[in-house]
Design a protein around this ligand. Structure first.
Ligand code: NDP
Ligand code: MG
Length: 391
């Protein structure tokens, strides 16, 4: 039995993780579940999976949550507040932690899981973008295995040679769907609404990553994620547009071989892979029917259409703290766009201005990461307020 903790259980990845776990009650037991605000769903999940620990990060909702168990025989231990996430990440008996909180909020608990030597199923790509060098170092020091959940990185992981022998790789090829605006007229970009940006052609995901996919910042974050996870240089990673999202990524070798991972676009595939690794289990997703799919297309990304992708390259060319700044500015900008304070096309301007304003330094401890994160957020917010806000 693998004992699992799910950070961000109420999100899109969290729900898909529980869907896979429910199919294999003999293999997995759920020890801890965390939510930020969605206490109704967390309650339902608790009743079904009976974790020992439930975490409600928003402290104002904790009493309301635990009151739901009145009259029930089962009641989980409850912890609340940001620090309670660390408890869920390092609980003694847990074997693996699904890190599926969105954004910078997931970093401290992910680091805690690494420190505690847990296996980490890593969906929270922002943790690696903010603090990849540190996270990889702590994971290595504590024998914590990182298993990528992001479909592209999970695909690369599956196509890499077994046993970490990286010397034979020619390059990693990350595929990108191009999101909902791959062919939209550029003249209409200013008027893109949050609703339009959140409808992805192939994947159903949380709002933040959906907007990231629409700007293609998601692929920029994934470029950084790939470099940190697989210890490769930017020049060894190629980004290719593949609108069908069937080939999830590829690894090329010097002999001309290119290995691809293919599956229907459904997060239960990488989640089941990482949960069962090194075994294989049923994820609930059908095996591909290639003749039904027909043609697969590939093309080069258009950096003019998607300036956020170029900004990710720029940040990677600077110090690690530049990617911390990139991530923070992007989170602020996406949030402002979702709240209709700025336009879709303003997102890249906010990030660009923030990257240019903040001095980049070597990042060797969490305090430096958090300081840069805060500095970037304050600058991005003031830039939005002073230069962009729509009245
Ligand atoms: P969602 O927005 O659907 O879910 C986010 C989860 O994080 C929810 O459980 C939410 O709680 C919780 N949360 C939000 N803010 C906080 C906070 N401040 N403190 C603690 N918990 C918080 O996101 P996704 O599931 O889409 O994405 C999760 C991560 O996985 C992201 O990093 C994303 O980039 C990555 N990812 C997602 C994919 C997908 O298909 N969705 C694919 C690849 C990567 P609540 O809902 O209770 O408020
Ligand atoms: Mg991805």
């Amino acid at each position: 039995m693998k004992k699992v903790s799910i950070l961000g259980a109420t999100g899109s990845v969290g729900v898909n993780t529980l869907d896979v776990i429910e199919r294999h009650p003999e293999l997995f037991s759920v020890i801890a579940l965390t939510a930020n605000e969605n206490i109704d769903l967390l309650y339902e999940q608790c009743i079904k999976f009976r974790p020992k620990l439930a975490v409600v990060v928003n402290t104002t909702l904790a009493d309301k949550f635990i009151a739901k168990f009145n009259g029930e025989q089962y009641k989980p231990e409850l912890a609340s507040g940001k620090d309670a996430l660390k408890l869920a990440a390092s609980y003694d008996e847990i074997d693996c932690v699904m890190a599926a909180i969105v954004g910078a909020a997931g970093l401290p608990a992910t680091l805690e899981a690494a420190q505690a030597g847990k296996n980490i199923l890593l969906a929270n790509k922002e943790a690696l973008v903010m603090s990849g060098d540190l996270l990889m170092k702590i994971a290595k020091q504590n024998n914590s295995q990182l298993l990528p959940i992001d479909s592209e990185h999970n695909a690369v992981f599956q196509c890499l040679p077994i046993g970490n022998d990286r010397c034979e790789i020619e390059k990693i090829i990350l595929t990108a769907s191009g999101g909902p605006f791959l062919t939209k007229s550029l003249a209409e970009f200013e008027e893109i609404t949050p609703e339009q940006a959140c409808v992805h052609p192939n994947w159903e995901m949380g709002k933040k990553i959906s907007v990231d996919s629409a700007t293609m910042m998601n692929k920029g974050l994934e470029l950084i994620e790939a470099c940190k996870l697989f210890d490769v240089n930017v020049k060894d990673v190629e980004i290719v547009i593949h609108p069908q999202s069937i080939v999830h990524s590829l690894v090329a070798y010097p002999d001309g071989s290119v290995l691809a991972h293919m599956a229907y676009p459904d997060m239960r595939v990488p989640i089941a892979h990482a949960l069962a690794w090194p075994q294989r289990i049923n994820s609930g997703v059908d095996v591909l029917n290639l003749t039904e799919i027909g043609a697969l297309e590939f093309s080069k990304p258009d950096y003019h259409r998607f300036p956020c992708l170029q900004l990710a390259y720029d940040a990677m060319a600077a110090q690690q703290s530049a990617t911390t700044v990139l991530n923070a500015a992007n989170e602020v900008a996406v949030n402002s766009f979702l709240n209709e304070k700025i336009r879709f096309t303003d997102i890249s301007s906010v990030i660009d201005a923030t990257l240019q304003d903040i001095e980049h330094v070597v990042v060797d401890e969490l305090d430096v990461v958090l300081e840069k994160d805060q500095q970037a957020r304050s600058y991005a917010q003031s830039f939005i307020r002073d230069s962009l806000v729509r009245h």
